[in-house]
Design a protein around this ligand. Structure first.
Ligand SMILES: NC(=O)c1ccc[n+]([C@@H]2O[C@H](COP(=O)([O-])OP(=O)(O)OC[C@H]3O[C@@H](n4cnc5c(N)ncnc54)[C@H](OP(=O)(O)O)[C@@H]3O)[C@@H](O)[C@H]2O)c1
Length: 340
């Protein structure tokens, strides 16, 4: 049966924040395609998740050239879903892709060179069956390419009309400031900065988020659920089919440490007192700073997506709750062979 988008999608509860100093609003929860959309995954589930997301006000879909596995297959699958059901909604969608990590053999399929970024974006557009992406990212800072070369390629990509905006991901503080200034001087300001952020990964609080805020650049956090560690997924072991159990999953079983699970258990108790699941509370917490434009979540089912969207119903924290969370996160354990 042909897909008909929910006519109430923009009044279904989703909230939107403006991306830095731009005119672009993003949903506070966005959908990422790193896992669960590749050639090894169930295409029907992937399709259902995209439809459910869009029906609930998610307009922002985060991809990269290498998402799969196999690398490229998440873009190919997105292209199939888009072509079948979303062509009529193209102008309601922010579709992103990236290049920066290893994508193909030889000398030009990795890093930050102009050669790589330009040819990779052409390949991505082909796979996704799109004429342009809304945001193209330099996926990571490449110390072996002059930063000016990478940034000029981003500027030229926008001038060619292949991307409307550009972003950077995982850039260190010094290079971030250089990039923001360079891009502004070229009249192609950086729209958005993407980096890891969750209760278990707070590095950006110190430098990167304030720098983005000062320069009027929006911020999106990836892995806000720490790949599932900040949900009820691993509270009682590693279940079959979970990311940590799957051979292609980026989360390794040895990263599911007793130390983290103990913290997750304590956080879970606090979440229950708030009437939330741990995932809902972890997302609400990551959104407490207004400079955080959006969180890019992953999901392997519509049920997980539905749970995560419920976070929006309670985004407020009392001072006491925030203190309790900090205390849980700060606690150091020395009993687990130092493996945190
Ligand atoms: N710029 C970069 O370098 C970069 C790097 C990494 C990611 N990203 C982007 O960020 C996106 C999100 O990353 P992520 O997938 O690591 O995010 P995440 O939201 O931290 O983790 C998603 C995983 O958590 C589990 N999960 C989600 N909701 C759940 C719920 N309600 N209950 C129980 N378990 C739940 C699922 O694991 P199971 O699969 O086990 O069910 C899901 O696959 C990526 O898709 C990508 O677009 C960007």
């Amino acid at each position: 049966m042909a897909y008909k988008a929910n006519p109430h999608r923009y009044s279904s509860g989703m909230k939107y924040r403006t991306c830095g100093n731009s005119g672009i609003k993003l949903p506070i929860i966005s959908l990422g395609f790193w896992h669960n959309f590749g050639s090894v995954d169930n295409f029907e589930t992937a399709t259902d998740m995209v439809k459910f997301a869009f029906d609930n006000g998610i307009t922002h879909f985060d991809l990269a050239n290498n998402y799969g596995p196999i690398p490229g297959s998440a873009e190919t699958n997105f292209g199939r879903i888009f072509k079948k059901d979303f062509v009529a909604h193209r102008d309601e969608m922010i579709i992103t892709t990236k290049a920066g990590h290893l994508m193909w053999d030889g000398l030009y399929g990795d890093g930050g060179s102009r050669k790589y970024l330009m040819s990779s974006l052409d390949q991505s557009l082909n796979r996704m069956q799109l004429d342009y992406v809304d945001i193209f990212y330099s996926h990571r800072f490449d110390p072996f390419t002059p930063i000016e070369e990478t940034l000029q390629a981003l500027v030229d990509i926008v001038k060619q009309g292949k991307a409307l905006y550009i972003g950077i991901s995982k850039y260190p503080a010094k290079e971030t400031i250089f990039a923001y200034k360079f891009l502004k001087e070229q009249n192609v300001p950086c729209l958005i900065h993407q980096d890891r952020y969750s209760m278990f990964a707070r590095d950006i609080e110190e430098k990167i988020l304030p720098i983005a805020g000062e320069h009027g650049v929006g911020f999106v956090a990836f892995s806000p659920l720490a790949q599932g560690l900040l949900t009820n997924r691993y509270l009682h072991g590693i279940p079959a089919g979970s990311r940590a159990a799957r051979p292609e999953g980026f989360l390794q079983a040895d990263q599911v440490t007793q130390y983290k699970i103990e913290k997750a258990m304590k956080l879970n108790e606090l979440a229950e007192n708030r009437g939330q699941t741990l995932a809902e509370m972890a997302l609400a917490w990551a959104l407490r700073d207004q400079r955080m434009t959006s969180l890019i979540i992953g999901a392997s089912s519509v049920a997980q997506l539905a749970d995560n969207l419920k976070a929006i119903e309670n985004l407020d924290f009392s001072e006491d709750e925030l203190k309790q969370i900090d205390n849980i996160l700060r606690r150091k354990e020395v009993t687990y062979n130092g493996n945190q």
